[in-house]
Design a protein around this ligand. Structure first.
Ligand code: AGP
Ligand code: GLU
Length: 593
């Protein structure tokens, strides 16, 4: 996944790159590295295992210069250690590279064309930089990089420095994101828009298979044959305030607390008075389809389950939720006339991008619901709906789930054409979310009771089961407690064998039709020693329940349930003193398949 940043300016490139890397750390934090070219063109490289904070400590004090490239790594090939950390350097030490992506044919290249080269790291990246050296024996630098690109299979965003042309950063882009921002202090290149804040007001989002040359005052983009390309220009719309931690100890807590505002923002964006304002073409396109296939990963996939629910209940359109990582390598039998709805907070998830491309090639209509309308997926899909959640920095997704589900509820209402009280329901949802946020102390108390558990189970049925899936993902990814969600009816078919003395089982009971049966399934686990907890809705609650969410339309209960379980995950991880915003082994954008 990795984050890369490059800066070509008059001075202070180190600061620009380090500042950018700090903001990109959510993309990976196994190691960090930087190459800095000083004003007299001396190139220095610093890299090590660990975070950008550590990188800053090992860089020679007062060293800076007009040009630098940097990297924060999520290892795909080779351990997270100093040798594998980027930048990597060619055998003759002329070329220096940072790379985000995976080169699928790196072994083949290593053992054929590059058989005479030495390799010091276990990365696939070293192949790229040595291949450039290989071609530079015959061609100029630009041609060597472009020819190299034609030999690579896989995904790559690369920034390359050539010691012989030290005022330039060479750029390659295929399948992983890369943006170039132009500013008065110089030009900046980065994996996403956040490092551009303060350096550029406009940027271009590079297409796949392009080569670029960036200097302090110029940007040129070509294809791999060297033909000049026109490029899009977008406005940097994020501001510094949105991405600063402020009074919060962690981004996760900040983002959980932002959820009422996110709901209100969606109301203001998608309602005009009582009318829903969504692209008319998009709404009428639903008349031409008879099936919806939702495609997503992780939290976005669990949010999709609510999309299925809304479209089946409100619009009577049969819907299915498909995992993008599975769909990349399979071809489902399609007999209906489907619309594919992709959900992706980042719009940059590699599996989802791959499926989106396949679906487009097959000619089916596509809609993306995303928090990043400048993303790769947004540029490919036919239609796009913004979830207006604002930047989500914590690796654990919280407000994006709520924003995705609310957006789908509005879309489904618009498609159903029925008179709607949805706006009032959503207004009241925002208020009730605030009520839950006001009861954090109860949730902290629950977290104290599960912090030492080796395993936790969430159970529910129907949409409570779907909320359980998202709740379990949150708890496991930041507290490292093995947590699974089960539909409570399925327990007796095997899983109940795992229940032993004091294993926490958390039942979610917000639906009238299933409340009774889920509670009796919970009693079955209690009989086998489980420590039971119930999260219920007020109208169905019992005095012994662990947390009671306020009454809300039965369609929307997961939007309140997850606020409780997000906080439960958060406080459990706080109790265990873990790195909440950057949990181990993870990265925010999964830009490799
Ligand atoms: C969950 O908290 C996330 N860590 C992860 O599952 C995420 O939802 C998934 O990678 C999908 O990302 P996307 O929405 O950006 O496509
Ligand atoms: N494949 C490279 C490495 O492992 C880059 C990793 C990435 O972008 O995720 O170092």
């Amino acid at each position: 996944m990795c984050g890369i940043v490059g800066f070509a300016g008059i001075k202070n490139s180190k600061e620009a790159v380090l500042n950018g890397l700090r903001k990109l750390e959510y993309r990976g934090y196994d190691s960090a590295g930087i190459a800095i070219s000083s004003s007299d063109n001396v190139l220095s490289i610093f890299k090590d295992k660990g975070r950008v904070e550590h990188l800053e400590e090992i860089i020679t004090k007062d060293l800076d210069g007009p040009l630098a490239i940097g990297h924060t790594r999520w290892a795909t090939h080779g351990k997270p250690n100093k040798i594998n950390a980027h930048p990597h350097i060619s055998n003759n030490k002329r070329f220096i590279i940072v790379h985000n992506g995976v080169i699928d044919n790196y072994k083949e290249l290593k053992y054929t064309k590059l058989s005479g080269f030495n390799f010091y790291s276990e990365t696939d990246t070293e192949v790229i930089v040595n291949l450039i050296e290989y071609y530079s024996r015959k061609y100029d630098v630009s041609s060597s990089i472009r020819i190299t690109a034609t030999k690579l299979e896989g995904s790559y965003s690369c920034l390359i420095i050539d010691k012989e042309t030290p005022d330039k950063i060479y750029v390659l882009k295929n399948k992983t994101p890369l943006l170039i921002g132009c500013g008065e202090k110089g030009n900046i290149i980065a994996s996403d828009v956040i490092p551009l804040i303060g350096y550029a007001t406009k940027y271009t989002n590079l297409e796949d298979q392009v080569f670029g040359i960036v200097t302090k005052d110029s940007v040129s983009i070509t294809d791999y044959l060297g033909n000049k390309l026109e490029y899009n220009v977008n406005q940097v719309s994020v501001n510094d305030e949105e991405i600063t931690l402020g009074r919060y100890p962690h981004y996760m807590l900040k983002e959980i607390e932002e959820q009422p505002d996110v709901i209100r923002r969606l109301i203001s964006k998608y309602f005009d008075g009582e009318n829903i304002i969504i692209n008319k073409d998009l709404v009428s396109m639903f008349k031409s389809i008879n099936k919806i296939n939702f495609v997503a990963a992780g939290t976005s996939m669990y949010a999709s389950l609510m999309g299925k629910y809304f479209f089946e209940k409100l619009c009577r359109i049969p819907s299915e939720v498909l995992q993008s990582s599975e769909l990349v390598y399979s071809s489902p039998l399609i007999k209906d006339v489907p619309l594919f709805i992709f959900l992706s907070q980042s719009g940059e998830t590699a599996d989802s991008i791959a499926v989106l491309k396949k679906v487009k090639e097959s000619g089916y209509p596509t809609l993306l619901i995303t928090n990043n309308i400048g993303s790769t997926m947004a540029s490919i899909s036919d239609y796009c709906l913004d979830i207006y959640a604002g930047p989500e920095i914590s690796v654990a997704s919280t407000k994006a789930y709520v924003a995705q589900v609310v957006t789908m509820s509005i879309l489904a209402k618009a498609v159903s054409g029925s008179i709607t009280k949805l706006k009032n329901h959503l207004k009241s949802l925002a208020k009730k979310t605030e009520e839950i946020l006001g009861k954090k102390v109860i949730i902290k108390g629950l977290a104290d009771q599960i912090k030492d558990a080796k395993a936790v189970f969430y159970i529910g049925r129907g949409i409570d089961y779907w909320a359980s899936l998202e709740s379990a993902l949150k708890l496991k990814e930041i507290s490292y407690i093995h947590t699974e969600a089960f539909s409570s009816g399925e327990l007796k078919h095997g899983t109940i064998a795992l229940i032993e003395e004091n294993v926490p089982v958390i039942a979610i009971c917000t639906q009238e039709g299933t409340n009774g049966i889920v509670r009796s399934n919970l009693i079955e686990t209690e009989a086998r020693g489980a420590k039971s907890f119930v999260i219920s809705m007020e109208s169905l609650s019992q005095s012994s329940d662990s947390f009671i969410i306020p009454n809300v339309s039965h369609y929307l209960t997961p939007l309140l349930t997850v606020v409780v379980t997000q906080l439960l995950a958060y406080y459990t991880a706080v109790n265990k003193n873990l790195d909440i915003d950057k949990p181990r082994n993870l990265a925010k954008s999964v830009t490799v398949e």
